[in-house]
Design a protein around this ligand. Sequence first.
Ligand SMILES: C[S@@+](CC[C@H](N)C(=O)[O-])C[C@H]1O[C@@H](n2cnc3c(N)ncnc32)[C@H](O)[C@@H]1O
Length: 256
Amino acid sequence: MKINTIHKGNCVEVMEKEIPNGSIDLIFADPPYNLSGNGLKWVGNKTGGDWFMVNEKWDKMTETEYLKFTKDWLNACKKVLKLNGSIYVSCTYHNIGELITVLKLLEFTPRNIITWHKNNAMPSMTRRSFTHSCEYVLFFSKGKKWTFNYSDIKKMNPDKAKDGSEKQMRDLWIMPVVQGKERIKDKTGRAAHPTQKPENLLERIILASSNKNDIVLDPFLGSGTTAVVAKRLDRKWIGIETENKYIKIAEKRLST
Ligand SMILES: C[S@@+](CC[C@H](N)C(=O)[O-])C[C@H]1O[C@@H](n2cnc3c(N)ncnc32)[C@H](O)[C@@H]1O
């Protein structure tokens, strides 16, 4: 098995053919949310600059196709994950239902639903519902002796008790959507990847649920966030991605 490498291809095929059963300690997956389709955009938005809704080929499926896709890739994840390994899956209200149902059908056990409150979320364009400002990260595990580095996570919690002492980290994480220097931009100044995740989010997940030299797999690597953070934290990593343009971005991030 090739580690510290980005595999180009469909994650289901790569996991089935190239990654041995029970070889992975931790999976972070940020799958397509299936929310593309209407090309909504807001050019001239005064609160956070121009905004473009995700509108990608890989993110457009019928409901039936999406459920099958979810079953296929989560089934492959179950195969490659070690007994007592953990899986974290990011999602929104668009796809949380399918994901929890399939995870439970595959007999993963729920540990947390982490709410990521995006404190720089943009206002509602349509003004026909409450402003969307949250994504979720589902934390499930396979087996009963999963890794959870309680003390490390308590230490890194920015939230302190009144007397300044360490506090347990809650399942509500407040952090902005990636912006500033961390956001990878293309030549025109637009975000190079539409759904780049914050490194801070991955730091918490990788520190909580893996140890040094463990193997962390991301089946939807995108711009490479999981690999960059895993490398920095002395974990081994494997990334899978279909699109060459994103592989190039990830490789560049990993080389600096
Ligand atoms: C939501 S994005 C992940 C973004 C990533 N977390 C980051 O921080 O950049 C999903 C990625 O999965 C890729 N993708 C979509 N379908 C795939 C599949 N079947 N196998 C592997 N990659 C896929 C897309 O090209 C996209 O880059």
